[in-house]
Design a protein around this ligand. Structure first.
Ligand code: CU
Length: 136
């Protein structure tokens, strides 16, 4: 079955317009109240031979986070066993991991994809501050 072209255009135009409207609404809501948004905190991490940059990620217990991991060179992995996270990142690729750390403590971040002779030393740490704890 083929779509009727004018109708398809109408749908595209309408959804585009709605998208623009909701986007501007979201922006104004954010500027009115930047504290109370359900948006996760975005943390960018680069995985490269043989380190994570930054190597230490500091988050608050109960705060939703979005970790965006990109590969600075070849194939790598990003794993935090305590939170059941294990992702593989191909060369030049970016993966997004969303979760809410519900337990406070320090959790190792490991490279879960063999990337070369320094692979075993490729480590980072996720520091989850207890709820109500002071920021350092
Ligand atoms: Cu590795």
């Amino acid at each position: 079955m083929r779509f009727n072209k004018p109708l398809l255009w109408l749908i595209v135009a309408t959804t585009g317009l709605l998208g623009m409207l909701s986007q501007s609404e979201g922006m104004s809501a954010q500027s009115d109240d930047s504290v109370q948004t359900g948006e996760p905190r975005v943390i960018e991490v680069v995985a490269k031979r043989y380190e994570f940059v930054p190597s230490s990620i500091d988050v608050a217990q109960g705060e939703p986070v979005r970790i965006v991991v990109s590969s600075g060179d070849g194939f790598h992995g990003f794993g935090i066993e305590a939170f059941d996270i294990s992702k593989e990142i191909a060369r030049g690729e970016t993966v997004t991991i969303e979760f809410t750390p519900d337990v406070a403590g320090e959790f190792p971040i490991l490279c879960t994809g063999y990337c070369g002779e320094g692979h075993e030393d490729m480590k980072g740490v996720l520091v989850v501050r207890a709820q109500g704890a002071e920021q350092p």
